[in-house]
Design a protein around this ligand. Structure first.
Ligand code: NDP
Length: 392
């Protein structure tokens, strides 16, 4: 019996609302709040049971506090944008409510992926007896849990970790991003970074690639090294780790468009003056690109996201690959969103379920790999993201 306030009615919010509505024994009362109320109402109208909706500017802490005091949730589930993380954490502290999100805080004027801003809330959450769960999407999120699962069941020590994210789907558009274009492009155009022998190594953006042969007939695809936020907590929590990297597939067509947009300044995040008005080119670009939500009915194919780990067990070398494959069209049929939103929204619901049922409950700012992976892995199988593992 619990009440959840979902903030953000975008592609991911749509999936989270559907998935929470499917589990009434945990999510007794649901409220969906976002900047644009109509988007909440549109999602609410598709659901099998009634939920409440509200208009909310989550950057306005007083407004969020008032909404929390009126609805009285047990948990705020943040699937708005990373810019809102700290404001929502402030509102949770003020009202004594647990918090979770799917992406780490980013300052609007700097594309920087670090947990330091949210880790700074550690003592305040502990003092209030509250939990803040970081990054309960797929990557970060399920990838952290895959690592915890392998550390618990397969290894004494994991030495090498490669997180490999493949979207082998096709939406037929010349250029579109699968989730919020601004957040997506900021992530991809930053410098690459991986962790080796106790330190971070930087690479030029998209300058390192490898070809990985994905399972179940997805086949070989070119993957590019990126920095991704889950690396920051995983290198702290995985015993014996010597190297950790993150890879993502991109098509030549996507990269060519991105290069042109970068070269002409359309991906800039600083403000420019346009006819007396200040605009950030990347925000203008977001306004003209296809809304990721509109890609749902168009996208065909599958995603495959997994963790490839090498390490030792009982003195012997071992390799384990844990992965999930998600079908875009099946995701759309179930919840009206493509697989990128689906693979984020399902683990967000499961993370909330872990907290609200007390399976994962620890005061402070917490990461997914700090908890027992078993109930989460079990829930993935039951709620639409079955996983497999290959052990050698
Ligand atoms: P969308 O842009 O589709 O949706 C974001 C929603 O947040 C929109 O409905 C938007 O409102 C709302 N919003 C923005 N600002 C505010 C605000 N100040 N107050 C209230 N609501 C606000 O993004 P996605 O659904 O694609 O992504 C949601 C989150 O999921 C992002 O943080 C993203 O980084 C994360 N993500 C995580 C992944 C993972 O695997 N961990 C993978 C993919 C995404 P409006 O519609 O009015 O603009």
């Amino acid at each position: 019996m619990s009440r959840v306030l979902i903030v953000g009615a975008g592609g991911v919010g749509q999936v989270v609302a559907h998935k929470c509505a499917q589990v009434p024994e945990v999510f007794t009362e649901i409220m969906l709040a976002s900047r644009t109320r109509e988007k909440c109402d549109k999602i609410a109208a598709q659901l099998p049971r009634a939920i409440q909706t509200a208009k909310l500017d989550a950057d306005n802490v007083a407004e969020t506090v008032a909404l929390i005091q009126a609805f009285k949730p047990d948990l705020v589930l943040n699937v708005a944008l990373p810019y809102q993380d700290l404001h929502l954490m402030d509102a949770c502290l003020e009202t004594g409510v647990h918090y979770m999100d799917t992406a780490n805080y980013e300052p609007l004027d700097e594309a920087k992926y670090e947990y330091k801003w949210q880790w700074a809330y550690q003592e305040r959450f502990k003092e209030k007896g509250l939990m803040a769960l970081m990054g309960s999407g797929f990557d970060p999120g399920v990838t952290n849990v895959f690592c915890a699962h392998a550390a618990k069941h397969h290894f004494d020590e994991i030495h090498e970790l490669d997180i490999i994210d493949c979207n082998a789907g096709d939406h037929g558009q010349a250029f579109a991003t699968n989730f919020n274009p601004e957040i997506n492009i900021r992530e991809i155009t930053q410098r690459g970074r991986y962790w080796e022998r106790g330190e971070w190594v930087e690479t030029d953006p998209l300058s390192w690639s490898m070809t990985y042969d994905f399972p179940e007939e997805i086949g070989p695809k070119k993957c590019f090294l990126l920095y991704h936020e889950e690396l920051e907590s995983l290198v702290m929590h995985l015993k014996g780790l010597k190297r950790a990297r993150f890879w993502m597939t991109f098509s030549e067509q996507y990269l060519t468009h991105l290069k042109v947009l970068e070269n002409i300044g359309m991906t800039r995040i600083d403000e420019i003056d346009y006819k007396g008005q200040k605009i950030a080119p990347i925000q203008f670009l977001k306004a003209v690109l296809p809304d990721p939500g509109s890609l749902g009915p168009l996208t065909k194919g599958r995603t495959c996201i997994g963790c490839l780990m090498k390490g030792i067990k009982d003195g012997k070398e071992k390799t384990v690959y844990v992965y999930n494959i998600c079908n875009h069209e099946e995701a759309y049929k179930e919840v009206g969103s493509q697989a990128v939103s689906y693979t984020t929204g399902v683990p967000a619901m499961i993370g909330a379920m872990m907290m609200l049922t007390g399976k994962w409950m620890e005061k402070g700012v917490r990461h997914m790999e700090e908890f027992d992976p078993d109930p989460f892995m079990d829930a993935l199988n039951r709620h639409g993201l079955p996983w497999k593992e290959v052990v050698s």
